[in-house]
Each structure stands twice: as structure tokens, then as C-alpha cells.
Write a protein of this length. Structure first.
Length: 394
């Protein structure tokens, strides 16, 4: 069978207006509900906003990571669909905007933001050179300055290559990827420590950064898998083979296992050491209703995707891939809820306020994809590896 081909002039197509309208409607509804939450209960809304920030940061930063990973690894199979990751990486400049309300509620979120509490707590005094509002703000700005810079450079070179067909731009992006990957490891860890761990500043884990990385990469792979599968089904990416989807399914399956390994490792190390300053964090998540959330997290973040994606055929079944992608994204949202919300109240808190911020994510992604697809090729037609990517076979 001859390899599928695509036109090397322009591969772009608008999403249906109906889809774009749905995206704007969901986004507007999410914003209204979120604003209402801030009006009624600002502290609870702020904690939900942190979950929103960390979830969108996962999709944004994780998508840039996947783009960099393709370049540094010299991967071929992912080239025809790489532009989807580049489009999702467009969330990077938007993510700091979502954090703006949080900087007006730092005292509602963080114990270390209160000078009187810090002064009465020797441990917080010791951590105050790091945990203080000016340095916290500077770190936040640096993290997203780095992400925005590399997002801009990767996508600028990629889209420019559509016109110039200059293979040297691929070499430039490979070099950029080599610089970005270690910076990403550091900045993602900083984000996890600042916005998740410091909510409970007496607790610490040396593995939390890796834990957040595992969830971030899994969520970004799942988001890309769902979008790519939907676009392929509707005729936007006709050149993809079952082999491409097998690779996506295998990658998602691999990171399902990686997340479970890191999650268990974090629990095992803290359980084995049995230090009160570490174990209380897990004990809090095993009482007042949180034990049910903990069990549910294990089931939907590991057991369900593991056994569904385990068979070889499942990794090439678009319907199962889409369902598992949605399950994984919901599981990542639940994971962040499990990480962050116990800092708000001892018991499980769930209601309409917790629904508004996820609606913002869904609407934002649809609107972003609609915007990007109207302005850029959906396939990187200038990439020198494109034909080999379209002809990819396992």
C-alpha cells in the first residue's frame, strides 16, 4: 500500500462555527460561575483557582515538553501530529492570566503569607527566605517567562519552516530542546512546590516535583491523543495510520504506569520513614471522607486506564483511546483536587463552585484550537521528516 500523502502547500481547515460557538459558550459559563464563586466564598474559590492554574499549567507546559521531546529524541512517528501539541502549548501565555486573581488572595491560601503566623512558628521562620511574597512572585514570573520564551521559539521556527522548508530550523529547535528540558524540570518543580506543597508548609516531599511531572506529561499526552483522534475521525488528519495511534496509546499507557510508580514511591518512602512531620499529610487524606477520594484516585488514575490500555488492540482503537484520554484528564483533575483542596478544609468540599473552573478549561481549549487552526497549518508541512512520519510503520 502506498504511503498516505498530504499537500505540501497548505494543510489548514477551520473548525465548524458550531464548535467554536460551543467553546465560547462553555468558556463564558465557566467564567460566570467562577466569578460567582469568588463573590460568595473567595477563599474556597481561590483554592479552586489554584487547581485550575495547576491543571492548565500541566496542559501548557506538558505540551511544550512533548514538542521538545520529539526534537531531542529525533522521533519520526509524531511529526504529522506535532502541530496539535504546538497548538495546545498556546495555553502557556494564557496560564499566568488565570493566576492573577490568586495574587489578591495569597493570604487566603498560604499560612506563610501571614507575618504574625510566621513569627510564631520557628519552622516557617527558617523557610521565610524562600517562602515570602516578593520571592514567590519573582519565581512565578521567571517560570512563565522561560516557558513563554521557548514556546515562542519552538512554534516560530516550526511555522516558519512551513514556508521556507529550511531543514536548519529543525536543527535549531533540537538545540533549543536540549536547553529547555533541564530548565523545564526545574521550573515545573518550582511550580509544584510553590502552589501545591507550600499550601501545607510544614510538610515536604523530595519527590513531589517528579509526581507533578508524571501527571503533567500524562495529561498532556491524553489531551493531544483526544484532539488528534477527533481530528482524524472528522477528516482533518487523514494521513495517520493505526501505527500512529498505537504509539500514542503506548505513550499514554507508559505514563499511566510511571505516575503510579511515582505515587506509590512517595507513599512508600513516607510510610516507611514514619516521621510525624511527613505522615500527617497522608493521614489527612485518609479521614473526613478523603479516604474515598484517595481510593477513587487509584482506581481511575491507574487501574482503569491500565487494564483498558493493556491489550495491543486497545492502543489502536480510537473509541477506547478517546474514552481513556477523557478518563485520564478527569483523573488528573481529581489528583490536583486531592493535592490541593485538603488545605482548604478538613473534610471533602464539593459543589457547584468546583464545576466552574473546569468549564473554563474546556472552553479555553476549544477556543484556542479554533483560533490556532484558523491561522496555521494543522500539519508541519515544511518538516524534513514529515514524509517518513506519514509512512511510519511499527
Amino acid at each position: 500500500m502506498s504511503a498516505p500523502t498530504v499537500s505540501l502547500d497548505k494543510v489548514s481547515k477551520l473548525l465548524p462555527e458550531r464548535v467554536t460557538r460551543i467553546g465560547w459558550t462553555i468558556l463564558a459559563l465557566g467564567i460566570v460561575v467562577s466569578v460567582g464563586a469568588y463573590v460568595i466564598d473567595p477563599r474556597r474559590a481561590a483554592f479552586n483557582n489554584v487547581i485550575l492554574l495547576m491543571f492548565v499549567a500541566s496542559l501548557a507546559g506538558g505540551s511544550v515538553f512533548l514538542v521538545a521531546l520529539e526534537y531531542i529524541a529525533g522521533a519520526v512517528w509524531s511529526v504529522p501530529m506535532r502541530r496539535v501539541n504546538e497548538f495546545l502549548a498556546g495555553l502557556v501565555p494564557v496560564t499566568p492570566v488565570l493566576a492573577i486573581p490568586l495574587f489578591f488572595h495569597l493570604h487566603d491560601l498560604f499560612h506563610w503569607a501571614h507575618a504574625d503566623i510566621v513569627a510564631a512558628d520557628p519552622l516557617l521562620v527558617a523557610k521565610s527566605p524562600y517562602l515570602n511574597i516578593p520571592f514567590f512572585t519573582i519565581r512565578f514570573l521567571i517560570v512563565f517567562a522561560v516557558w513563554i520564551l521557548f514556546y515562542y521559539l519552538f512554534t516560530k521556527n516550526s511555522t516558519k519552516q512551513d514556508l521556507t522548508k529550511d531543514a536548519r530550523l529543525t536543527t535549531v529547535n533540537i538545540k533549543l530542546a536540549a536547553v529547555f528540558l533541564p530548565l523545564f524540570a526545574v521550573t515545573l518543580t518550582v511550580l509544584a512546590v510553590d502552589w501545591a506543597m507550600s499550601l501545607e508548609p510544614h510538610w515536604y516531599s523530595t519527590i513531589l516535583g517528579v509526581y507533578y511531572f508524571a501527571g503533567t506529561t500524562l495529561a498532556s499526552v491524553a489531551a493531544a491523543t483526544y484532539v488528534i483522534a477527533r481530528l482524524h475521525e472528522t477528516g482533518y488528519l487523514p494521513g495517520l495510520r493505526r501505527d500512529h495511534f498505537y504509539s500514542l496509546g503506548a505513550l499514554m499507557f507508559a505514563f499511566v504506569n510511571f505516575w503510579a510508580y511515582i505515587a506509590f514511591s512517595q507513599f512508600l518512602l513516607i510510610w516507611y520513614a514514619n516521621l510525624p512531620e511527613e505522615t500527617y499529610w497522608f493521614m489527612k487524606r485518609w479521614q473526613e471522607g478523603w479516604q474515598y477520594v484517595s481510593v477513587l484516585l487509584i482506581v481511575i488514575h491507574f487501574l482503569i486506564p491500565y487494564f483498558v490500555l493493556l491489550p495491543q488492540d486497545a492502543k489502536m482503537d480510537l473509541r477506547r483511546l478517546k474514552v481513556m484520554a477523557i478518563v485520564v484528564l478527569i483523573a488528573h483533575l481529581l489528583d490536583l483536587y486531592w493535592l490541593i483542596m485538603p488545605g482548604y478544609a478538613p473534610g471533602v468540599t464539593f459543589g457547584w463552585m468546583e464545576l466552574g473552573f473546569p468549564l473554563v478549561v474546556v472552553g479555553l481549549v476549544i477556543v484556542l484550537l479554533s483560533f490556532k487552526m484558523s491561522r496555521h497549518n494543522l500539519v508541519p508541512v515544511g518538516d524534513p521528516k514529515l514524509e517518513r512520519g506519514l509512512s511510519f510503520r511499527l
